[in-house]
Ligand binder design. Structure first.
Ligand SMILES: Cc1cc2nc3c(=O)[nH]c(=O)nc-3n(C[C@H](O)[C@H](O)[C@H](O)COP(=O)(O)OP(=O)(O)OC[C@H]3O[C@@H](n4cnc5c(N)ncnc54)[C@H](O)[C@@H]3O)c2cc1C
Length: 460
């Protein structure tokens, strides 16, 4: 096949940039990844990826795709760094709508390890490819274009101690994350910036890491609590390397968890399960508390722009970032990498329009899952059409039935893990199980804290 070009540049060497570069390495003679940070010697958090200190897990769909691009990736993370691969439906406890889903065996295999470990393994695998070079400590300041600004011809970089230089390429991909400058760069070149969709949730993750004992959580790998009425507090505890737990908690609209032992434990006690609280109360802390404020779900509609320069793409969180509670970002980046591969297989003509169209279809689903669920919170601002209200009502009923029905729980987790489309939950077989499961009353998780909060809100 004719190569679309000699040289491709990816800006940003985080999960999205590494995945984009992996795809481009099959189509371009040389791929250069430019990263502003210096890489740490060990797989440790770094400045450009502040979320790296917070709870991350790779969903089943993300694991499948990473394995396609880098065969043996998961087993390397497990064998070399002590990550855990496991059955998402059986090894992890899921609580949503204040209901604990029944565990049951499935073929949804996810991967647990700290974010720096997940990224470090990916980076080393990418760097072992003969036609890929990754340059650290190199910040991109802007785009180089042809005189009419119709086509991007490279990037202007700045590396410490050097003067600004221009690197030329036949394709430039912006994978610089949520803080991407693409919209501003486009405006400077005389293009319209993309429309921005925002759903404000103002959640902050308070995170700390603890020593994990084999008896904790009866050997399960983790627990995910997605916030629900009345207090809407989220909590996540996931096993990771070095026999540790990473624990994050936080509520909507500024309802933050405190960064001291007494306050953090009291906050965990208000979740609809005491399991995270009970592990944390006994566990040895391994790090300090860390906070990450996440103000809004944010989507940039590049696919709707009438004009866009040639030879330029935007990728990963730079297109869309979602409420992290749903753990979707890395899997969406992996899906976009597959989409880029499909686009390039049919050549590089009209690449931006084709890629942004495909990426928008990928983003639609996790966006609807994240935002649709966030809009259950009465004070989160956004339109709630009848269909959304029906879906949220139905998902509530599904949870009640899935408390005793692990087949139903797995059907739900297949959607959450981006293995199946949300429409699969409306199939007759699933709808029948939901109906059956609601014929007998099912009580949500009994929790003294939830009941107290309910009584308080009723009396105020
Ligand atoms: C608190 C939190 C928890 C999360 N949990 C999960 C989870 O459990 N599962 C999951 O799948 N996702 C999760 N995510 C999302 C996930 O972190 C991202 O989706 C993922 O990292 C992909 O992001 P990215 O590579 O597009 O951007 P980023 O990770 O933000 O990386 C951008 C990169 O670009 C570099 N850069 C920026 N500007 C420049 C420049 N001018 N020149 C050169 N380099 C530059 C940065 O240094 C950085 O390396 C979470 C996010 C948050 C905030």
């Amino acid at each position: 096949m004719k190569k679309p070009g000699e040289h491709a540049i990816v800006i940003g060497a985080s999960m999205s940039g590494l995945l984009a570069a992996r795809v481009l390495s099959d189509f371009y003679t040389i791929v250069t990844v430019l990263e502003r940070d210096t890489f740490p010697d060990a797989d440790a958090p770094r400045k450009g990826v502040p979320q790296g200190r917070h709870t991350h897990g790779l969903l089943a769909r993300g694991s499948v795709i990473l394995e396609e691009f880098f065969p043996g990736y998961s087993s390397e993370v497990v064998a070399q760094s002590g990550g855990l691969a496991g059955d998402v439906a059986n090894d992890v406890i899921w609580i949503g709508h204040n209901v604990r889903l029944a565990n049951g065996a499935s073929d949804l295999i996810g991967l647990l390890a700290s974010r720096p470990v997940l990224e470090g393994h990916l980076r080393r695998r990418l760097m072992s490819l003969p036609n890929v070079r990754v340059i650290e400590n190199c910040a991109v300041r802007g785009l180089a274009t042809d005189p009419a600004h119709r086509s991007v011809t490279g990037v202007r970089t700045y590396a410490q101690g050097k003067i600004e230089e221009t690197l030329n390429a036949e394709l430039v991909v912006d994978a610089t994350g949520r803080g991407s400058s693409s919209a501003a760069w486009l405006e400077e070149l005389g293009y319209q910036p993309p429309a921005r969709e925002k759903v404000e949730i103002d959640i902050s993750y308070m995170t700390r890491t603890y020593r994990r004992r084999s008896t904790d959580l009866h050997g399960k790998h983790g627990i995910v609590v997605a916030g629900s009425a009345p207090n809407w507090r989220n909590g996540v505890m996931l096993a990771q390397e070095s026999d540790s737990w990473i624990v994050s908690a936080g509520g909507y609209l500024g309802d933050d968890a405190p960064d001291n032992d007494e306050g953090f434990l009291a906050y965990l006690a208000t979740l609809p399960t005491m399991e995270i609280h009970d592990v944390v109360a006994r566990a040895e802390p391994l790090t300090d508390y860390r906070r990450y404020r996440y103000v809004s779900n944010l989507r940039l509609r590049y696919e709707k722009l009438a004009r866009f320069p040639e030879n330029y793409l935007v990728f990963g969180d730079a297109i869309c970032s979602f409420n992290p509670v749903y753990g979707q970002g890395m899997t969406v980046a992996a899906e976009e990498a597959l989409a880029l591969q499909r686009c390039l297989r049919t050549g590089s003509n009209d690449l931006a329009r084709r890629f942004f169209g495909a990426a928008a279809k990928i983003v639609d689903i996790p966006w609807d899952i994240a935002v649709g669920n966030d809009l259950r919170h009465p004070r989160v601002k956004g339109a709630r059409p009848l269909m959304l209200r029906f879906i949220n009502w139905y998902i509530g009923k599904l949870h009640l039935a899935a408390k005793r029905d692990s087949t139903l729980a797995t059907a739900f987790l297949e959607v959450v893990n981006l293995m199946m489309p949300p429409s699969s939950l409306l199939s007759p077989a699933v709808a029948w199980r939901v109906w059956q499961g609601n014929r007998r009353p099912v009580l949500p998780v009994p929790s003294p804290a939830i009941e107290a909060a309910r009584r308080n809100s009723a009396s105020s």
